[in-house]
Design a protein around this ligand. Structure first.
Ligand code: SAM
Length: 272
């Protein structure tokens, strides 16, 4: 692919202007593409969902593995481009749609059936993860290219600098593996940040389980909304201090000092 500023010539000769609002940074580094495909290890038994196929850098090798492929692309021109590339292949289906509005359950009704992959648009990567987690039971695993900083937040443990809502909610649903980093020179146009590959595998047996995951989300969001406040002060709005005092938790601590188990206990005290 040839770059003219952010105008890219597609394999079919057409030109595409990279759209910032859709977080378009296209992979062009063949070695990195091969490494990503190797860690996904797709096969003909797989039902893969690719978010944002773009120019098809990952789509083509995914297709060549023999897998069934659903591609969800918001950009009308690119959705049309990908559709044309695979027009004669019924095992590739392209949806011109916003992933944040897309209902994953229309693709499968079998548990742990979908393998979700994508070089995600960085501007919406966290909302995309939260959206997918709503259908965690349908997903076998997810392999994403994300900003390194976002992956560090996902993988962070209690007491660490990046520990917060994203770490807790991702780890509630999934095992998080930071696989490798990707330099910005692997993209056109180059992003301003370092990227990395993460694998998220939804738990088959949850190490920590709450009665109501929505309540857990509210507790965590409320606690981390005011990071500098103690738990006692920040949770006042959603639970009486007397109820918090009954739990084996030091409520004078700040939110980053509590584990997922602690938050689960608070959540169950509210919703139980
Ligand atoms: N997969 C391609 C690659 O690796 O070169 C493109 C990756 S680019 C970082 C992100 C892709 O996601 C773009 O094709 C963009 O148009 C698409 N995209 C952005 N927002 C989206 C959304 N809300 N729903 C679906 N696709 C989206």
């Amino acid at each position: 692919m040839k770059q003219e500023n952010s105008v890219i010539r597609l394999p079919n000769g057409l030109k595409h202007q990279a759209r910032k609002r859709f977080g378009q940074n296209f992979l062009h580094d063949q070695q990195i593409i091969e490494r990503i495909i190797k860690v996904i290890s797709p096969s003909q038994e797989n039902h893969i969902v690719e978010i944002g196929p773009g120019h098809g850098a990952l789509t083509k090798p995914l297709f060549e593995s023999g897998a069934d492929l659903d591609c969800i692309e918001i950009d009308k021109d690119l959705a049309e481009f990908i559709d044309n590339q695979f027009v004669n292949h019924s095992r590739v289906r392209v949806y011109q749609s916003d992933i944040l509005k897309f209902d994953l359950s229309i693709l499968s009704n079998k548990d742990r059936n979908l393998r979700v992959v994508g070089n995600l648009p960085y501007n919406i990567s966290t909302p995309v993860i939260f959206h997918l987690l709503k259908n965690h039971e349908l997903i076998e695993d997810m392999t994403f290219m994300l900003q390194l900083e976002v992956i560090q937040r996902m993988a962070s443990s209690v007491g660490q600098k990046n520990y917060g809502r994203l770490s807790l909610m991702t780890q509630y649903y999934c095992k998080v593996e930071h696989l490798f980093n990707v330099p910005s020179s692997s993209f056109i146009p180059k992003p301003k940040v370092v990227s990395a590959i993460v694998r998220l595998t939804p738990h088959q047996t949850f190490p920590v389980k709450v009665i109501d995951p929505n309540c857990l989300q509210i507790v965590i969001r409320t606690a981390f909304n005011q990071r500098r406040k103690t738990l006692k002060n920040s949770l006042k709005a959603i639970m009486p201090t007397s109820a918090l005092d009954k739990l084996p938790i030091d409520a004078s601590l700040r939110p980053e000092s509590l584990s997922l188990k602690d938050y689960a206990m608070i959540s169950d005290a509210i919703s139980g």
